[in-house]
Design a protein around this ligand. Structure first.
Ligand SMILES: Cc1ncc(COP(=O)(O)O)c(C=O)c1O
Length: 491
């Protein structure tokens, strides 16, 4: 079905699906009636990007049509890129992410114009854009056992709210875990359970950022955190991160000059570059933070995803003055479906964070916390993480092998999910992305992680989602597209 412009009669069409059906424009029970009705209202702007659309059941009830007819209409709308589906939630309006830019008309291809979320929503065969572990590498079958175990142990679980700060049993377990693995000296009272690191970032932004405040960020940085800070009105001050780590003189100057609310950083297998900051720099950084009374927001999502040596201890372990707030996510490699993360912070910062969490959702669902607790403390998890490290390292090595003929620059990461690749200056990243998307290959252009020119020639290739075979074939195709672009430009 093609995306035709609206005709006058369509514009005048009633807002009511019942009227549309009764008018019998497309044959009384045709799925096309429903297709046109929804499509028209989206085009007219009645339902904006990401708005939830009426459910299949609701439309079936309103029209008297069979649910399968409605479902078929939604499937066609999805195939044509007008809506997208969320698991068990329904259908939503797809934002217009692909537009043909007239000034690049000679390319004859749509250039990607959206943000990271928009890019992730594009369905492709060779998925190198989403920094996710494929569910095929997670022990899905065993999760059910832990769910059952938890219901046996806590029969009233579903009848109980979780405390806003998080389940005490889980916080006590994490207290011991952090002491054993990361040399933290913390109490369970200094741990707040959150729904993913993303919520932790939002709570911190809510508590500390007022419009016009300065916030130090890495350049490049985790894009979704930047979006949150900007939405709160922060003025972002980029700090260089490269293979040598941070430029501490630059950070000191910025702390002095801007008196920032905080420095948000991701020092362990940094997203997107994969860089891991040395222990020496970590110590110097916490000293600087204490000297300039600048909070450090340490975001740690890949602590256990190392390929060789363990990374240095988190900044929090070196910080004796209490200027570090530590975010630790277990979503990626334990269970994205449970979405468990936590904030570790000294008491002086804790009260406002807890208040923000109470306002946000009153507590992360107890079921998720208990299932996480029992799975996390099992020997199976340890075995799983060990296997996962090997599987991810193999995937990285395959990607590395396939890229070896290109001469493109990248630092081999010692952990994490991504390769941060610098393309030669004569290769246009937007054009490469447009051509790759056309061939069902995705990656993230560096510009989405940075407003600085310096990241414009970079791309982030994630090796944790595609299968080994997809990595081989997809990267071969990506390299072939780049070579084709190069030979065309030299003709
Ligand atoms: C650096 C960083 N922080 C936070 C997150 C979000 O983590 P979560 O899934 O726990 O919300 C991600 C996910 O990609 C990330 O890479």
């Amino acid at each position: 079905m093609t995306n035709k412009p609206l005709t006058e009669p369509q514009k005048k069409q009633s807002d009511s699906i019942v009227d549309t059906v009764l008018s019998g424009q497309h044959g009384k029970h045709s799925f096309q009636t429903v297709y046109t009705y929804i499509h028209t209202r989206i085009q007219r702007g009645d339902w904006q990007a990401h708005a939830k659309l009426p459910s299949v059941r609701q439309l079936a009830e309103d029209t008297g049509m069979h649910r399968l007819t409605i479902f078929k209409a939604y499937q066609h709308l999805k195939d044509d890129g007008h809506v997208y589906a969320r698991d068990k939630s329904g259908y939503y309006v797809q934002p217009p992410t692909l537009q043909v830019l007239t000034n690049e008309a000679e390319l004859g291809l749509p250039l990607f114009q959206g943000n990271l979320g928009d890019l992730h929503r594009i369905q492709v065969k060779y998925q190198f854009s989403q920094a996710l572990i494929t569910p095929n590498l997670l022990p899905n079958h065993y999760f059910a056992e832990y769910v059952k175990q938890v219901f046996d142990l806590y029969p009233k679980l579903l009848g109980t709210y979780a405390p806003a700060q998080g389940d005490l049993e889980l916080r006590e377990m994490l207290q011991h875990y952090f002491t054993d693995t990361s040399q933290f000296h913390v109490h369970a009272d200094e741990i707040l359970i959150t729904t993913g690191a993303q919520q932790a970032i939002s709570l911190i932004a809510e508590v500390w950022i007022r419009p016009g405040d300065h916030v130090l960020i890495e350049s490049p940085a985790y894009a979704s955190a930047l979006d949150v800070f900007q939405q709160k009105g922060a003025r972002l001050v980029p700090m260089t991160i490269n293979a040598n780590g941070y430029d501490l003189a630059q950070i000191e100057q910025a702390m002095k000059q801007y008196k920032p609310r905080f420095f948000y950083l991701n020092p362990t297998f940094h997203n997107p570059t994969g860089i891991c900051i040395s222990a020496e720099q970590r110590k110097q950084l916490v000293d600087l933070a204490a000297q300039y009374h600048c909070l450090l927001i340490e975001d740690d999502t890949c602590q256990d995803i190392y390929f060789g040596q363990k990374p240095p201890l988190p900044l929090f372990a070196y910080d004796t003055e209490g200027y570090t707030i530590y975010i630790r996510s277990f979503s990626k490699y334990v269970s994205p479906g449970l979405r468990i993360a936590c904030i570790v912070a000294r008491p002086e910062w804790f009260t406002s964070l807890l208040a923000a969490k109470s306002l946000a959702d009153g507590g992360t669902p107890l079921l998720n916390q208990k299932v996480f607790l029992h799975y996390f403390t099992s020997t199976r998890l340890q075995q799983h993480i060990e296997k996962l490290r090997i599987a991810l390292r193999i995937r990285f090595e395959m990607m590395d092998e396939e890229l070896s003929s290109t001469g493109w620059y990248y630092e081999p990461p010692q952990g994490g999910f991504n390769l941060w690749v610098r393309l030669p200056d004569h290769l246009s990243v937007p054009e490469l992305l447009a051509r790759c998307l056309k061939q069902s290959i995705s990656f993230v252009p560096g510009s989405l992680f940075d407003h600085h020119e310096s990241s414009k020639q970079y791309i982030r290739l994630c090796f944790s989602f595609a299968s080994e075979q997809e990595i081989r074939t997809g990267i071969q195709q990506l390299v072939a597209i780049a070579k084709d672009m190069e030979s065309n430009s030299s003709e």
